[in-house]
Write a protein that binds this ligand. Structure first.
Ligand SMILES: Nc1ncnc2c1ncn2[C@@H]1O[C@H](COP(=O)(O)OP(=O)(O)OP(=O)(O)O)[C@@H](O)[C@H]1O
Length: 800
């Protein structure tokens, strides 16, 4: 029997001494399973049906089973099998003839008043690992022993709200109804990949909030489904608010595992005569389900990271959040400063990826941000008159929408911030900062590169990040006129969205996109050649059960929408021979430029070490050579040459500019080399002079001529010479350059070095500030630590 990702029932009831016992229909020979679970949400009919089916299969399986060592003592109550670290339970050597009747452990036993109880084991993909019977997977009857692994629902944290809710459900109202979900396709339990490399897969899986390891089947499905263009649907549960907790709200939703959520309806105690205090529940399965503790990064990396990668390869991608008001859509899309949401993380990721690839082409990022408010489209980046939607070759576009070029994450953030200020938000009873409009941020990435034949390849990918306004009930929000009109419009457009989803799912020819502005704008995302991700946001509050159920229902429907097979928006511009030559030349020039920059850096390094040596030797003798000083002095900010605005430079001008830059660079390199040579010569000359002087003095001494200073020792040493040398321009021996220029001075510290050239710092409140280092006799040496930076700064205008 195939093991479903859905819950399976493995129980029977038997009155055994007045107490309810659970029958585990599959039992092992070596390890006997006895674990009762409380998940009583299957209908009796379905339970019996699946039980009968299971029994039949096991029976026929057992006929062919050999090597069964069935011992009578096995009929005793087997021990509760140990769960593995994933909460999985192994059932080995299944033999259908040996069903066990196990007592429910006291901690799991429901209220004794209950007559009915169901036990559910959630099986995980791949739940079956066939050891001796690989055909088991194909739903055929095994003729040998098999091993099955069942992943049980995670044990609840007793302190969490979930745990409390669970307790209520177990001990409180009886659960008698269960809407059996439609069997989800196997692939729905896994996150579909967007035809990307294994690197992305690894990352995504690492990020999965439940931290379970990815099994091989998962990988296989992921890669095989990468060609599939089904909409990916994720669900995110927001945490219970303090206010809600204080108001005594209960959690009606539970994230069962990494893809499933379970919705429970709590009956109102006294008045619900029809349901007789019964509860209803429903199980939903999505590509991934995020627990309330899931981080923004978890959500981003699982839902959108692949999309960003695909957009860079020239495909279109859309992410939209759907859900009731106050369910956390804006939090997911925008987030806060401390925990930025999908929009911000996507932009950051985009730019970091562009930076990594910048070596092989040019990327141009353009941005637009609009809102649909009360069925009018408005530009959020340059507010003005409402925009009109038009259909052209690219699809539906808002005529006159401003497009901004952005070159860094910061620029995008600034634009985003500006747009959000212009967005319509109002406090409602349900949410203090309720978004009253649907906001769409569109990022277009144009990528231009050349192939081997120098043809221009132009790829354009578009990423749409959509924060929908919340669906709401009239009572949930204010009754003021404007708010209710807004609410009605929001609901109308969401209804139109639902109709489109329905029509798409049913495969209708006519999709009513024109029913609202929102659906017109989402046309591309829903049925077009686009990778689409939908994040359904839900609240745990049981008072919003209806809205949560609605959201989950539509999200479940949306899973079945298939987009058109996506294609890369790529354009190949063939160039003529002369153009190709020019392009080659440009590439060569660029390469040369790079080489020159490397050379320059090397020369600079050499120059600096040389300068350090020469400064040490000439500390007191000669002033810093002017060219060195000019390098070491930071250029004043107002004199600094502005960076070449490459972003706006057209192609031929850019080429011209790069040639000029190369010429300039070559000139700089030549100048530096010349200066270096001169310094070397100077240095050698000075050393020679010093040696001559020493020789001369030694000769004089040997002739009996005393040195000028009588107080000094008669022996002439280099140090004795040094004391007389300052400011005289006298030379020293070559070995002098390695000696400290001022031996008597206190040892120079880090601050001495870094602040030696800094403008004087004053004493603050009598406290010595860093300026005290200037009190020392300075050698006039510039900061060594700052040199590379200054040198770079000075040379930066030449950089491309
Ligand atoms: N995952 C989360 N973690 C922490 N706080 C959250 C989370 N999701 C939502 N919230 C908080 O819940 C509140 C409502 O969220 P948000 O404004 O995002 O809802 P919304 O669905 O956008 O509502 P509306 O449709 O009315 O705009 C906010 O205060 C937000 O900070």
């Amino acid at each position: 029997m195939p093991v479903s990702t859905r819950s399976r029932i493995f129980n029977r009831e038997e009155e055994n001494g007045g107490s309810t016992t659970t029958i585990i229909t599959e039992q092992t020979e070596n390890s006997k399973m006895a674990h009762t679970l409380r998940n009583p949400h299957h209908g009796l009919k379905e339970k019996l049906k699946s039980l009968t089916l299971l029994y039949e299969q096991q029976k026929s399986a057992s006929i062919g089973t050999k090597n069964i060592n069935f011992k009578p003592q096995d009929q005793k109550l087997p021990p509760v099998p140990a769960l593995d670290r994933n909460g999985s339970m192994k059932i080995e050597d299944i033999d259908s003839r040996k069903h066990k009747f196990l007592p429910i452990p006291p901690q799991n036993r429901p209220d004794s008043a209950k007559k009915e109880e169901t036990e559910t084991i959630t099986a995980q993909i791949p739940p079956v690992t066939t050891e001796r019977s690989p055909v088991m997977k194909e739903n055929s009857i095994p003729n040998a022993t098999v091993t099955k692994t069942y992943v049980l629902p995670q044990p609840l944290n007793p302190t969490s709200d979930d745990a409390k809710e669970n307790k209520v459900a177990a001990n409180g109202d009886r659960i008698v109804g269960f809407t059996c979900p439609r069997k989800a396709p196997v692939s729905s339990t896994v996150a579909r990949k967007l035809s990307l490399g294994s690197q992305m897969e690894t990352r995504r899986d690492r990020k999965l909030s439940l931290g379970q390891e990815m099994d091989p089947l998962f990988q296989k499905q992921s890669s095989s489904s990468s060609r599939n263009s089904r909409i990916l649907v994720f669900v995110r549960l927001r945490p219970m608010m303090k206010k809600e907790r204080e108001a005594g709200c209960r959690s009606c939703i539970r994230v069962v595992n990494r893809s499933d959520v379970y919705l429970t309806e709590f009956a109102s105690d006294s008045n619900d005569y029809l349901r007789l205090n019964r509860l209803r529940g429903r199980h939903f399965s999505f590509d991934a389900a995020f627990h309330e503790t899931a981080s923004q990064l978890d959500v981003y990396s699982t839902t959108t990271a692949d999309l960003v990668e695909a957009v860079l390869q020239g495909r279109n991608g859309s992410v939209f959040c759907y859900g009731a008001t106050g369910a956390g859509k804006t939090y997911t899309m925008l987030g806060t400063v401390e925990s930025p949401g999908v929009m911000v993380l996507a932009i950051k990721d985009l730019f970091s990826k562009i930076r990594q690839r910048s070596y092989d082409g040019n990327h141009v990022v353009q941005l637009s941000y609009l809102e649909v408010y009360n069925e009018t489209v408005r530009d959020l980046l340059s507010p003005g008159r409402p925009l009109v939607l038009r259909e052209d070759k690219q699809g539906i576009v808002a005529a006159g929408l401003s497009q901004y070029k952005a070159y860094s994450t910061d620029e995008v953030m600034a634009l985003l911030l500006q747009g959000n200020k212009n967005r319509t938000t109002e406090p409602t009873r349900a949410n203090e900062t309720s978004s009253r409009s649907h906001a769409i941020l569109q990022v277009t990435i144009e990528y231009r590169t050349r192939d081997a034949a120098m043809n221009i390849i132009n790829r354009v990918g578009k990423l749409s990040l959509i924060d929908l306004a919340g669906s709401e009930r009239a009572l949930a929000t204010d009754q003021r006129t404007l708010r209710s009109v807004e609410g009605a419009n929001i609901n109308r457009s969401l209804l139109a969205l639902s109709s489109c989803i329905n029509a798409l799912v049913e495969g209708k020819k006519h999709i009513p996109y024109r029913n609202s502005k929102l659906t017109q704008l989402l046309k591309d995302s829903l049925g077009g050649a686009c990778n689409t991700v939908m994040i359904a946001n839900i609240s745990p509050n049981n008072h919003t059960f209806g809205e949560t159920q609605n959201t989950l229902h539509w999200a479940d429907r949306a899973k079945e929408i298939r987009n058109k097979a996506y294609e890369t928006n790529e354009e190949l511009v063939q160039v003529s021979e002369s153009d190709a030559d020019q392009a080659k030349l440009l590439l060569e020039v660029q390469k040369q430029n790079r080489d020159l920059r490397v050379q320059l850096a090397r020369q600079q390094q050499k120059l600096l070490s040389l300068q350090a040596q020469s400064l040490a030797a000439n500390a007191n003798a000669s002033p810093t050579p002017p060219f060195v000083r000019s390098i070491l002095t930071p250029p004043s900010t107002n004199k600094q040459r502005p960076r070449t605005p490459l972003r706006t430079t057209p192609e031929p001008a850019k080429k011209k500019g790069s040639e000029e830059t190369i010429r300039e660079l070559q000139l700089v390199v030549r100048t530096l080399e010349g200066e270096m040579e001169r310094v070397k010569k100077d240095h050698a000359l000075q050393l020679k002079k010093k040696d001559d002087k020493i020789r001369e003095l030694t000769a004089k001494l040997s002739k009996g001529v005393r040195p000028r200073d009588e107080g000094l020792k008669n022996i002439v040493t280099r140090s004795s010479l040094r004391s007389k040398e300052p400011n005289t321009g006298e030379v020293k021996t070559s070995s002098h350059r390695f000696l400290s220029p001022a031996p008597a001075a206190k040892k120079r510290s880090f601050w001495d070095i870094t602040t030696a050239n800094s403008p004087s710092l004053t004493t603050v409140n009598g406290r010595k500030t860093r300026s005290h280092v200037n009190a020392e006799p300075t050698t006039g040496l510039p900061s060594m630590l700052l040199q590379p930076g200054f040198a770079r700064q000075r040379l930066s205008p030449y950089r491309q």
